[in-house]
Design a protein around this ligand. Structure first.
Ligand code: ZN
Length: 205
């Protein structure tokens, strides 16, 4: 959700997008909170590959040498999402670089995304921060580095397709049909919208 309450918010929003660019393209340290059996919160720090590399690891694990093994056979429906997201991010970042900003393409999606991260204040880049934020959310849901995403049975509030996916830790959600995405602070809003839809459907029965 966009903050529009002064310059301070705008700066921190920019920092947040720069962080998204970094996590999409570079290995990063991730601190994960978890609850130990006593019920006290704790945290452990782990080094993760970039989100794009996590997506590649995820879908490649079900093709090539592993295909045909029992493990691969149990995975494909889930990992299509990782390939789908990698292709979407690759295409969208290239589109932003060459069509919108009319700049020469870099060799990789990482190169294009880093270039875009340096262009956030360009006049022509309206909507770029939101686009990068969406890519991060898509990747966050479909990476299976930490855990598998869940599919929701509900129709998407925007396109009505039943293609909603939520990250294993509910830190993000997206619609794999229209690309709408929700961040950690918005998944609750999505939940409320879905509840409302359920009530509407049940009263129209
Ligand atoms: Zn949708």
């Amino acid at each position: 959700m966009r903050q529009a309450d002064g310059d301070g918010a705008a700066v921190s929003e920019r920092d947040q997008v720069v962080l998204y660019v970094r996590q999409l393209t570079e290995p990063y340290d991730h601190t994960e909170p978890y609850w130990i059996t006593s019920g006290r919160p704790a945290a452990h720090k782990a080094r993760h590959p970039s989100l794009l590399d996590q997506l590649r690891h995820t879908w490649r694990a079900t093709v090539g040498d592993d295909a045909g093994s029992g493990i691969a056979a149990s995975k494909p429906p889930v990992t299509i999402g990782a390939l789908d997201v990698e292709l979407r991010i690759t295409a969208a970042s290239a589109d932003w670089v060459s069509r919108v900003l009319e700049l020469p393409l870099r060799d990789t999606a990482e190169g294009n995304i880093r270039l875009l991260g340096g262009r956030l204040s360009d006049v022509a880049a309206a909507g770029l921060a939101e686009a990068i934020e969406s890519w991060w959310r898509w990747a966050r849901v479909e990476t299976q580095w930490d855990g598998r995403p869940r599919s929701l049975p509900d129709p998407c509030p925007y396109c009505a397709q039943r293609m909603l996916r939520v990250a294993w830790d509910v830190s993000a959600a997206w619609c794999s049909d229209c690309g709408a995405a929700w961040g950690a602070d918005e998944v609750g809003v999505l939940g409320a919208m879905l509840d409302e839809q359920r009530v509407l459907r049940s009263t129209h029965r």
